[in-house]
Design a protein around this ligand. Structure first.
Ligand SMILES: NC(=O)c1ccc[n+]([C@@H]2O[C@H](COP(=O)([O-])OP(=O)(O)OC[C@H]3O[C@@H](n4cnc5c(N)ncnc54)[C@H](OP(=O)(O)O)[C@@H]3O)[C@@H](O)[C@H]2O)c1
Length: 398
């Protein structure tokens, strides 16, 4: 299969007219890499009005022949047309078939499981690197854990046997597409027992999700992290990010050992105010989970939340920031590692993460095989270097 200079474009941004897609396209347009690129989506007028001055390719997310034509014209497709369970399946399939590298922003476990089952083997045959979840979900978790394990191994001669990631000090907003994706997952779970079973499995995205693995569970209550002296609360994206980290570890052949444990929580300061925050986050998450299980409350949430195409203002995005602390241990040694950015997580920072992932897949010499793989498995060190150059922090706590 070909994925070489015979392709017209280095990369295509599909869904560039959406809230996140436009930010990703702006990141690509500013890049010093100067790729050969195009934007794509279903509405030519809307795409041309964006003013990027690059070719516009038109395809509806359900028009397979038109998607095939796009996939064959480029080395990489980056897509922000979500919810992916609604708009993503045909494009991912087209890329797997055409040997075209692909990256997205999905946080939908059940959809990703379906795509792995349907297309992982085909993508291995064609050499297509299908790299899901290249935004705030799940690059800090996936690449952060990979990078800290490189550091831990360099310091102590072997990897850490357990990692706890604490998401804290975060400020940003939500877009319509993100809300729609959460509602999509909740709706599917409400209607289908098999989906509920997938969502409940901590190893749902492993190559073999039924294989015997160490018992782990998602955090559901307030806790205390003695090493950092911080309170902890359940983290809303942990049920997705942890599955990606575990998939990456399994795809890499379990380099951190068969008993490696990865967990994720939110952190709040170790003060009375921090305790109140942890109580609020835990209660709030419980209330949202309760509402999402009820169709009538889901409809109310959908009405009140940002609509497709809407998202946080430029001011909110500029003031945004995020920080993840990782506590890694081997029973003797301990390493505190940090991933952070001074941009709002879901949009400013996600545009950097997805934009740099796209450029990395298109332009950097990578050695990974094809398949449905995680960002760290696909791009490891080259992506880490790119993100650090783009202003993100990945490194030991000072
Ligand atoms: N992982 C993360 O950290 C992260 C962060 C941000 C967003 N996301 C995810 O990214 C996705 C997009 O979010 P968003 O807020 O940017 O969404 P959005 O503003 O609603 O944009 C959706 C895009 O999909 C396109 N689209 C919809 N239906 C289509 C169809 N039938 N054919 C072709 N294109 C179609 C829209 O085109 P039109 O403009 O023509 O309607 C638009 O370009 C969501 O799944 C969200 O969860 C993830």
């Amino acid at each position: 299969m070909t994925n070489d200079m015979t392709r017209t474009y280095d990369l295509v941004v599909f869904g560039a007219s959406g809230f996140t897609g436009r930010l990703v396209a702006e990141h690509i347009a500013r890049s010093a890499d100067k790729p050969r690129w195009a934007i794509a989506g279903r509405n030519r007028e809307k795409l041309e009005a964006l003013g990027f001055g690059v070719p516009v390719l038109v395809a509806d997310a359900h028009d397979r022949p038109a998607l095939d034509a796009i996939a064959r014209a480029t080395k990489v497709v980056c897509t922000t047309a979500g919810p992916y369970a609604k708009y993503g399946s045909d494009l991912l399939a087209a890329c797997a078939d055409a040997g075209t590298h692909y990256c997205d922003l999905t946080g939908e476990v059940q959809w990703l499981r379906r795509m792995i089952d349907a297309h992982h083997e085909r993508a291995r045959e064609t050499g297509a690197r299908i790299v899901n979840s290249c935004g705030y979900d799940s690059i800090p978790s996936d690449l952060g854990t990979w990078a800290l394990q490189q550091e831990f191994t360099a310091r102590y001669g072997h990897p850490a046997s357990s990692v706890l990631a604490l998401y804290g000090e975060t400020s940003g907003g939500l877009s319509g597409g993100t809300v729609a994706s959460g509602l999509q997952t909740a709706t599917e779970a409400g209607e289908d027992r098999a989906v509920r079973k997938i969502l409940a499995n901590p190893y749902a995205l492993d190559p073999d999700p039924t294989a015997a693995r160490p018992a782990v569970r998602d955090e559901s209550s307030i806790g205390w992290e003695p090493r950092l002296k911080m309170f902890t609360a359940p983290f809303v994206m942990a049920p997705f990010n942890t599955r990606i980290v575990r998939r990456g570890h399994a795809l890499a052949g379990f380099p951190w050992g068969p008993d490696f444990r990865y967990r994720e929580v939110m952190s709040t300061p170790g003060s009375a105010r921090g305790l109140a925050m942890a109580v609020g986050f835990t209660g709030g998450l419980g209330a949202i989970a309760f509402a999402l299980k009820r169709p009538k409350l889901r409809a109310v949430l959908a009405k009140r939340a940002p609509q497709p195409g809407e998202g946080p203002s430029a001011k909110t995005r500029e003031r945004g920031h995020w920080k993840v602390r990782f506590v890694a241990e081997d029973g003797i040694h301990q390493l505190i590692y940090v991933a952070a950015d001074r941009a709002d997580p879901g949009y400013g920072s996600t545009a950097k993460m997805l934009g740099e992932s796209t450029l990395c897949l298109a332009l950097d010499p990578l050695t990974s095989e094809g398949g449905c793989i995680t960002p760290s498995v696909a791009m490891g060190a080259p992506l880490l270097a790119r993100l650090q150059r783009a202003g993100l922090t990945f490194g030991p706590a000072s």
